[in-house]
Design a protein around this ligand. Structure first.
Ligand code: SF4
Ligand code: SF4
Length: 412
């Protein structure tokens, strides 16, 4: 993409990075074909190429308005466009750099500011989130349908975990929303890893990964979460933890960003890079042969797997989780348009409900079309979003594997 940026503009490191990303774009428009918001709205400015143009105009001509902000707000940051782009344009980085600039220059209406502030005050803090969920569940029967659907479903009964002590140790992040809404997911991870002789350890000092703040444009706040987590995990890393596991792919992508997020911090830069390099999705660690020896499905369970955008476009490991499910004997159904976002996208479902609802309905039709017994996924945001309206049970893929342990005397 041809662009003329003044030397004054390029003097800022962030602007120079944005300019360099934009120059890689050859304007072909292939990305529009896989962009969920372009598919829904049919408006060039609600597709990646149009958004890149808006950011270019902002930098070249300081042409910036509330309309620019609206089109960037409608972007899910799902990164489907990155997977499609033949020129390797790092769109997500571009939009993450642009959003705080747009917000600072255009501002936000008081109600929008309050909503965003409230989300940052509640979602990353498990005690506050738990209190909110507790109250919301009590009053749920009184809410209209749309509001009642937003309340997380009642917690499932916690099964006692069979996790044990092993020489191979890896860190696991408890997360913020997940430890309140679905603690059974990490319990399942501990047990499955333990049967493969890996102990998952967590630090009580670690907290939210910072994704909520980061995606709402509060970079300094996200850096604060990152520093706290790095401090919390450093002792285990120094003691030889082999990896940092997250059972939520949204958190994994954020943890992989720590190196870039703190690259200019003289105290944390090296440790941030080290933490990012340790991040692994569970599916990357579990050995398929060992998994197949330890777990085998006897019943006829057909799973529709929803690969979160963070898993397929961010981490690019969706096939690995599917391979794990196949290895233990699950049958996976065909899911049309699997590359499209479900509309959860962090806080998107709360900030852009109309588009999010359309994407949810489309996704559930695609997932439930082949009548699976269960929908499995890998990210707490997607799981909660799908559970709102799914007629089929929705679970994390590790929870699906956990109950099917082969008794030791039956192992080959
Ligand atoms: S990140 Fe997703 S919603 Fe945003 S432009 Fe790319 S494909 Fe479209
Ligand atoms: S596919 Fe890539 S190069 Fe083509 S318009 Fe989209 S971002 Fe630009």
């Amino acid at each position: 993409m041809r662009a003329k940026f003044s030397s004054e503009i390029l003097a800022s490191a962030d602007n120079a990075e944005m300019a360099s990303i934009m120059r890689a774009c050859v304007h072909c428009g292939f990305c529009n074909a896989t962009c969920p918001t372009y598919q829904l709205r049919g408006d060039e400015l609600d597709g990646p190429r149009g958004r890149i143009y808006l950011i270019k105009s902002m930098l070249e001509e300081a042409d910036l308005s509330r309309s620019t902000q609206l089109h960037l707000d409608r972007c899910l940051t799902c990164r489907a466009c990155e997977t499609t782009c033949p020129s390797g344009v790092n769109y997500s980085r571009l939009v993450e750099l642009a959003r705080p600039i747009v917000d600072a220059k255009v501002g936000r209406r008081p109600l929008e500011r309050f909503k965003r502030w409230l989300l940052r005050q509640i979602v990353p803090h498990p005690k506050r989130f738990a209190a909110l969920v507790f109250v919301a569940r009590i009053f749920r029967p009184l809410y209209p349908r749309a509001l009642a659907e937003l309340v997380p479903k009642a917690k499932r009964k916690q099964l006692p975990s069979q996790a044990g002590l092993h020489e191979r140790k890896m860190l696991i992040i408890d997360g913020c929303v997940q430890q309140v809404a679905a603690p059974e997911i990490n319990a399942a991870a501990r047990e499955v890893f333990s049967r493969l002789k890996i102990e998952l350890v967590s630090s009580t000092y670690a907290g939210c990964c910072g994704a909520v703040s980061y995606h709402l444009g509060e970079v300094a706040e996200a850096q604060g979460y990152a520093r706290r987590n790095i401090d919390a995990w450093s002792p285990a890393v120094a003691a030889g933890a082999q990896a940092l596991i997250s059972t939520s792919t949204g958190c994994s992508v954020m943890l992989k960003e720590y190196g870039g997020l703190l690259r200019d911090d003289p105290i944390y830069a090296d440790r941030a890079r080290q933490i990012s390099a340790l991040v692994r999705d569970p599916s990357e660690v579990l050995d398929l042969g060992e998994l197949a020896k330890a777990y085998q499905v006897k019943s006829d369970r057909r799973i529709a797997f929803h690969a979160p955008c963070t898993m397929q476009h961010g981490l690019r490991v969706a096939q690995r989780a599917e391979a794990c499910l196949n290895a233990v004997g699950f049958e996976l159904t065909e899911v049309p348009d699997g590359h499209l976002c479900c509309g959860s996208a962090g806080t998107y479902s709360l900030l852009q409900p109309a588009l999010s609802e359309q994407l949810l309905d489309q996704k559930l039709a695609a997932l439930e079309g082949a009548s699976p017994t269960t929908i499995a996924s890998a990210n707490i945001g997607c799981l909660m979003h799908l559970q709102r309206r799914a007629k089929t049970e929705v679970r994390h893929w590790l929870e699906m594997i956990r109950p099917h342990a082969v008794k030791p005397d039956h192992q080959p």
